[in-house]
Write a protein that binds this ligand. Structure first.
Ligand SMILES: Nc1ncnc2c1ncn2[C@@H]1O[C@H](COP(=O)(O)OP(=O)(O)OP(=O)(O)O)[C@@H](O)[C@H]1O
Ligand SMILES: [Mg+2]
Length: 365
């Protein structure tokens, strides 16, 4: 065998690198944002119903460039990334696997790609349930490819190896995915435009109490983390305001977190959560008495020796608009336009120093 083997257990343990389920959803948003240069204008996140067992499943769909059969195989492999530009968020070739496996046991991907005059459709299944229940010691990912010749009414099977391998992949996918026939699988492309990708994570994980960790019911326009939103109503207005502050809501509400996930939204790009667009929230623009400081990290030794480029980063610091009523402080650290540390506390939790002081680090000068 000339390939590195990955045991299905590794998929599982690797996924625990995301402690926080909303952070895992954000990885899928990153992949869609990275597709803006391939024409993506939206990413939508929704709850759908698994037709096989009527359980909720998570849908993430974009109209980016999509993946051709080779790219789809890379997407489902570990540690393989073609992204190497500074403007893209992805770099490790791991985000898709860790995030989907963190959210659920199984994921199916549908992607349509139009490249060099040919249109292809690929379907891939990364199913922990299938691998575990069939005792696989290798991570096998069944895939199906189709081509859509110009003016053809129906997609044609695109064989990479043998007819038998194709049929065996099809039967595995039909057995372990939410879709029971090839026609049903192909139907999933009906709402994919000329190119784009649709990801369905199903058999979503349950929490320790045996209920879905993602809460689709408390707010029909949001996806929340169960148990993180303490519904108690504090009597003091100050505590109420603190509780409703975005620094608290982003811990359990995808709508709140996604609203500040990117420092700047690409123009003409929308994120739509359960049918309603996510409004972009700029923490820096919201500050009272803002000050701007150009921060130049000093790298020890000669910068050139390390091959680092010296960078300048704009830091905005001010008071959150609700100050002094709220007990909130911290820095929001952005890297490559993406929030990596929300409200990072730089002072002791119960100190009153710095109360209401909020900063934003990010953006090159
Ligand atoms: N929505 C998508 N549309 C098109 N291609 C995608 C999409 N999601 C993933 N891919 C392809 O699959 C590859 C692997 O994705 P993955 O998120 O695992 O890694 P990455 O984005 O390259 O790096 P990182 O691990 O830092 O996220 C990507 O490099 C990209 O080529
Ligand atoms: Mg990624």
């Amino acid at each position: 065998m000339d390939h590195v083997r990955v045991h299905p257990k590794f998929l599982h343990s690797n996924a625990t690198s995301h402690k926080w389920a909303l952070g895992a959803i954000a990885e899928l948003l990153d992949n869609a944002i990275d597709e803006v240069h391939n024409g993506a204008t939206f990413v939508k996140v929704d709850r759908i119903i698994n037709p096989r067992d009527k359980s909720p499943a998570l849908l993430v769909q974009d109209n980016g460039g999509g993946m051709d059969p080779d790219c789809m195989r890379q997407c489902m492999s570990l540690g393989y990334s073609q992204k190497n530009t500074n403007t893209m968020i992805g770099q490790y070739g791991n985000g898709f696997k860790t995030s989907t496996m963190r959210l659920g046991a199984d994921v199916i991907v549908f992607s349509r790609c139009s490249r060099n005059g040919s249109v292809t459709q690929s379907i891939g299944l990364l199913s922990y349930t299938f691998l575990r229940e069939t005792g696989h010691e290798d991570t096998v990912v069944p895939m199906l490819d189709y081509e859509l010749p110009l003016n053809a009414k129906h997609p044609r099977r695109l064989l990479r190896t043998t007819e038998d391998a194709w049929s065996s992949n099809l039967s595995t996918i039909l057995q372990w995915s939410p879709y029971a026939s090839e026609a049903e699988l192909l139907q999933q492309f009906e709402d994919v435009s000329l190119h784009g990708t649709k990801i369905v994570v199903y058999n979503l994980w349950l929490n320790d109490d045996g209920i879905l960790e993602l809460d689709f019911d408390s707010d029909e326009t949001d996806i929340q983390l169960r148990g993180s939103n303490k519904q108690e109503k504090p009597d003091k207005l100050q505590s109420q305001l603190t509780q409703q502050h975005i620094s608290n809501r982003l811990r359990y509400s995808l709508r709140a977190y996604a609203s500040m996930l990117y420092l700047q939204m690409p123009p003409n790009f929308r994120m739509v959560l359960r049918g309603s667009p996510i409004e972009h929230h700029s923490i820096a623009e919201d500050l009272k008495f803002p000050e701007y400081i150009v921060y130049k990290p000093q790298i020890g030794g000669s910068v050139k020796d390390f091959g680092f480029k010296e960078v300048s980063v704009i830091t905005t610091i001010g008071f959150t608009k609700e100050a002094p009523m709220v007990n909130v402080h911290g820095f929001n650290v952005y890297h490559k336009n993406r929030l990596i540390m929300p409200f990072w506390k730089v002072l002791q939790e119960n100190s009153s120093r710095g109360r209401g002081v909020v900063g934003v680090i990010g953006g090159k000068f």
